[in-house]
Ligand binder design. Structure first.
Ligand code: GTP
Ligand code: SPV
Ligand code: MN
Length: 596
């Protein structure tokens, strides 16, 4: 090991966690294949290799460890002020002591893996290096797909390069002869997902699942990176990145911020139903953005794979995802068919007559439980995606023309509206709401909560400072070079609870309007909340949809907006004295336009 400080950290971790063995991950396919094979032999995973799928594996987790745990996620700093009102906080020295005690001997009987990884294309100015130490082979396999790992990263680090220390343990040491459970983890109240932004460090303990354990993702690329971004004047956001080309051959890049399980992967892989339009994927979950010398905002996808929601994914809703997961994919908490393939709710129109469910039990169509967990996932290399853009790994990033913000709102919020200005755009992103989904462990699934910028669980510092940072970023260039900002809602429902908008590929109609707005090809008309498409500007050619539904999709109903404004005011109380002035100004303007 050339990097002395990294070696010291490895040695220190060994002395705390006392693993039986240490493996330095080199990032090769043969290591991946061997480790996957070992998991299958140890009956921790099931091989999925059949006429539909090659070289895939299925993991089943403990039924308690199925999603992110926001209630056990901490932004840990010296002062509570710096974590702000949207984060759980424990003083950093206290939390470190508490967690150090838990790490003591926590890897006994296990192998400790050291995974150097790069978020972003290796060597790009956007990119950052991390090293994850983990005792979970599942995490190693996933990190291998989700990030760029191994020797090439150590080469970049050299003798003294900077890296984010990411320590992870499932918190289940084994004494000699003790059998290892299928999915070792701790009870929920003993889990800790801790970010220490002042030390560029992450300590995760007790969970093996997704964003709790794949530390390059939410913990680093959003919570720690949002701190780095604030210091270094860039943005780390929960955003997909889409490349959109018109029938005339003009290409634009858009970002989309939607909360967890609200449609990023689907939009990132959209198959446009509008003739002649081409959409390609750059990223499906996280974007790192910075201004370049030409005054435009550029984005990269820091990840190398997709950790996508499997349930609901079908040949009808997302054929590109279905092709992406035909090989080299890890499935988690999906059901197993009698012919050794995977299945989840809504994958096929008719349910199979028998399955093994995500907990390994027999399942029949009349079983009361879902066959797959609602937050079941696939982990697949981005390069598998049939519509991945050829420039998705461009170290220079791609220039962003428009930013979309949206959530699951069954009422009130129009299908699409554009902000009157960048500042108004920051306001509309700050008031975003969405129904809570199964992507986090919660007893409030389905209830609308405010989720500013789709970043509520991911902003790694005080939310007031986050809003101010966005406003400052907007001043770094001239207003005509800033991306346009749009509010989106695919999820508005009628009085019977049916979606008013068909969604998925038909969302290309909304993308076309957004494209036209940014090209100056359409103008829209002002509504009290923002600019909506003028008559005939939303291309509905060939779409079988009721005129009433369209009207309802764009309705700005004064009574509902009064209630919405009351709820926004309530949410803004969270900021206390630190509500950014621009937000209260924008709220006043909204009230005037709505007429209250
Ligand atoms: P994370 O990976 O948790 O960040 O989620 P995501 O934002 O990438 O969400 P994803 O695209 O995986 O979608 C989650 C769920 O929303 C799936 O069950 C989809 O079928 C559903 N969905 C996505 N797009 C649409 C849409 O346009 N309309 C409707 N009605 N449902 C959608
Ligand atoms: C999300 O919850 O937004 C995800 C899945 O993308 S996880 O990696 O678990 O955070
Ligand atoms: Mn996500």
């Amino acid at each position: 090991m050339r990097h002395k400080h990294l070696q010291e950290w490895i040695d220190e971790t060994v002395s705390w966690c006392e693993p039986d063995r240490v493996v330095l991950w080199q990032g090769t396919k043969s290591e991946y294949d061997n480790l996957a094979e070992a998991q299958i032999r140890a009956k921790k995973a099931i091989r999925i290799d059949n006429k539909h799928r090659k070289n895939c594996i299925l993991f089943r987790t403990d039924p308690s460890d199925v999603a992110r745990v926001e209630q056990r996620t901490f932004i840990s700093t010296k002062n509570e002020r710096d974590a702000g009102p949207t984060n759980n906080w424990i003083r950093s020295d206290i939390l470190k002591d508490e967690m150090k005690r838990r790490y003591q001997g926590s890897m006994r009987g296990r192998t400790m893996y050291v995974i150097p990884f790069s978020m972003g294309p290796i060597g790009s100015v956007f990119s950052k290096i991390g090293v994850e130490i983990t005792d979970s082979p599942y995490v190693v396999l996933n990190m291998h797909i989700m990030t760029r790992t191994g020797d090439k990263v150590l080469d970049i680090l050299g003798e003294n390069g900077d890296f984010v220390k990411c320590l992870h343990s499932v918190g289940y040491p084994l004494s000699p002869g003790q059998a290892d459970p299928l999915w070792p983890c701790t009870p929920i109240e003993e889990k800790f997902i801790s970010q220490f932004p002042e030390d560029n460090m992450i300590w995760s303990y007790g969970s093996g699942y997704g964003g709790n354990a794949l530390l390059g993702k939410k913990c680093f690329a959003l919570r720690i990176a949002s701190n780095q971004a604030r210091r270094e004047k860039w943005l780390a956001e929960h955003m997909l990145i889409l490349k959109l080309t018109s029938p005339e051959g003009t290409t634009k890049y858009l970002t989309g911020s939607f909360p967890s399980a609200c449609g990023k992967t689907n939009l990132a892989m959209i198959n446009p139903t509008l003739a002649g339009w081409k959409a390609e994927t750059i990223g499906d979950d996280i974007a790192w953005l910075r201004f370049k010398d030409d005054g435009r905002l550029y984005a990269i996808n820091p990840e190398a794979g997709f950790f996508g929601v499997a349930s609901g994914t079908s040949w009808k809703s997302n054929p590109n995802a279905m092709k992406t997961i035909e090989s080299d994919t890890i499935f988690t908490n999906v059901a197993l068919t009698d012919d050794g393939d995977v299945w989840w709710e809504d994958m096929t129109e008719t349910k199979p007559s028998h399955l093994i469910d995500w907990q390994g039990r027999d399942w029949y169509p009349d079983s009361p439980n879902k066959a797959a967990h609602p937050n079941c996932r696939f982990t697949a290399p981005a390069s598998n995606c049939p519509v991945i853009a050829e420039n998705w790994e461009d170290p220079e990033g791609v220039p962003i023309s428009a930013m979309l913000f949206g959530g699951r709102r069954p009422s009130t919020i129009p299908l699409v509206y554009q902000s009157f200005s960048f500042e108004h755009g920051v306001f509309l992103a700050s008031i975003m709401g969405s129904e809570i989904t199964a992507a986090t462990i919660s007893d409030k699934i389905g209830i609308v909560r405010r989720d500013p910028f789709a970043m509520l669980p991911f902003i790694g510092y005080h939310i007031s400072d986050y809003i101010e940072h966005w406003l400052e970023m907007g001043k770094l260039t001239s207003s005509e070079k800033l991306p346009l900002i749009f509010s989106i809602n695919w999820f508005r429902k009628d009085e019977f609870g049916n979606y008013l908008w068909p969604g998925f590929g038909e969302n290309s109609r909304v993308l076309k309007w957004i494209f036209n707005q940014s090209e100056g090809l359409s103008r829209g008309i002002a509504s009290p909340v923002g600019i909506i498409p003028a008559a005939n500007e939303l291309d509905l050619t060939g779409l079988d949809i009721d005129e009433n539904a369209i009207e309802k999709l764009f309705e700005v109903d004064t009574e509902s907006w009064k209630a919405e404004i009351a709820s926004i005011e309530d949410h803004y109380k969270l900021y206390g004295d630190l509500l950014p002035e621009e937000l209260s100004k924008q709220l006043d303007l909204l009230k005037q336009r709505v007429g209250i």
